[in-house]
Design a protein around this ligand. Structure first.
Ligand code: FES
Length: 160
């Protein structure tokens, strides 16, 4: 079997290696390492997962299982600004289907597609833990409270 080639810069690889040494058991740093990969590449390709698996001494299927289990990780590139809209029951009742349509029309792309300029993608997510603020909006890992037409328009204008 051939060794996977490094899809990372030397600095990135050093950062990943740190996560293999941070906890008493190597595997404990896996999610943090994958978070780095997601941030750098805005998605995680099988080649990158294979490289991480090698660094952590884990089977590829284990790492790929983690990548495809957690919604934080994507196997398709996201926009520079990643917007999440909760589709949990409370948020659905509070109007998340309408806000999904608003995101699609304001950004001009369907769910999980990236705008032409690469600035945005949006996706529906499971409960974000802010049910009282539904329909809850998450922007680049930060809760933004209730999604409204005005808030979505402002995000589309202001986020670079
Ligand atoms: S159901 Fe949307 S935050 Fe909980």
């Amino acid at each position: 079997m051939t060794e996977p080639s490094a899809p990372f810069t030397p600095e990135q690889e050093a950062a990943l290696r740190k996560w293999t040494q941070y906890y008493p058991y190597k595997q404990m740093g896996l999610v943090e390492a994958l978070r780095c990969v997601q941030d750098w590449h805005r998605h995680i390709k099988p080649e990158a997962a294979a490289y991480v698996a090698q660094l952590f001494g884990l089977p590829f299927n284990h790492v790929w299982g983690v990548v495809t289990f957690f919604p934080t990780f994507t196997t398709k590139p996201t926009g520079k600004n990643r917007i999440g809209l909760c589709r949990g029951l409370s948020c659905w009742l509070a109007g998340s289907p309408q806000m999904a349509k608003r995101l699609e029309s304001t950004l001009g792309v369907a769910e999980k597609e990236v705008t032409e300029d690469g600035r945005f993608s949006w996706e529906e997510m499971e409960c974000l833990g802010a049910c009282e603020q539904g329909p809850a909006l998450l922007v680049n890992d930060r809760l933004q409270g209730q999604a409204t037409d005005e808030k979505i328009a402002a995000l589309a204008k202001e986020l670079k």
